[in-house]
Design a protein around this ligand. Sequence first.
Ligand code: ZN
Length: 300
Amino acid sequence: MIVGHKKQWDYLKRSFKEQQLAHAYLFCGENQIGKKTLAIEFVKLLNCQDINKPCGKCKNCIDISKGNFFDFLLVRSGEESTNFEGMFSYNSALSDLKSGEVLSDKKEIGIDQARKVIDFLSKRSYFNGYKAVIIDNADKLTVEAQNCLLKTLEEPKGNTVLILVTSQQERLLTTIFSRCQTIKFFANKEIRKLLDNSEKNKKEKEILDELLKVLNGTLAEKFAYTKNLKEDGVNTKEIFEILQKYFRQLLLQNTNSDNAQKYSTEKLIKIIKIIDRLIYELSTTNASSKLALEVLFLEL
Ligand SMILES: [Zn+2]
């Protein structure tokens, strides 16, 4: 499912339908908002066998998803983790080249990789469709590699599409820039919400992990933890809320925490009530949040 980017997607679909495709696109916009996902959908659109393109179900669509489609190559730098299932599967049609292969084990994408891209695009389409290359994090292309790609951009052959995906388009040569059709991506509300939630969850988990260590420690360690909290620093209220959420989950027994056996139901209810009261006191009085946390730690 594609979240957001309807305008960009509609534009690409229309260009394809009207046979107005560019040979090279630059997908730019901040990280993790779905540029590469859309680029892969685009490759499916170009090669789908169904009337309703991209169907996501035909052999071509599935093979593209798996990174095992002879006319598709995904290039990225070695630092990138593999987000796509099967992206490393061997592509027998490409002799020494694998579809979706990490073409560089370095932080940058160099001239050897650029040459492979050119070679790939210069060969006939295996399925008589579109040959497509996605270069993810194209800003990692060295200047030499970018210059090498320019030739392909200047003299594109047949049904080929090169998609450069980047969050740092300023790192690309202006000559590259001017030969690509730029499609800008924005984090819209839906995507922003997903991003914010994952960041918030990550932060909460870090705080909770630390708290659980403290909870299982000695009294001295507990006090050391509260002592090191800055009164106006880490939001103490947030700590209480995280603990409250955690103990509620323990009460509902829907967590696999080691502490699940440690507290009786009565004890858990008591703890949750104490946290409730402390949160209330902190928000209505000038009570010290450090002291409040110490009170709570004594109960745990
Ligand atoms: Zn399809």
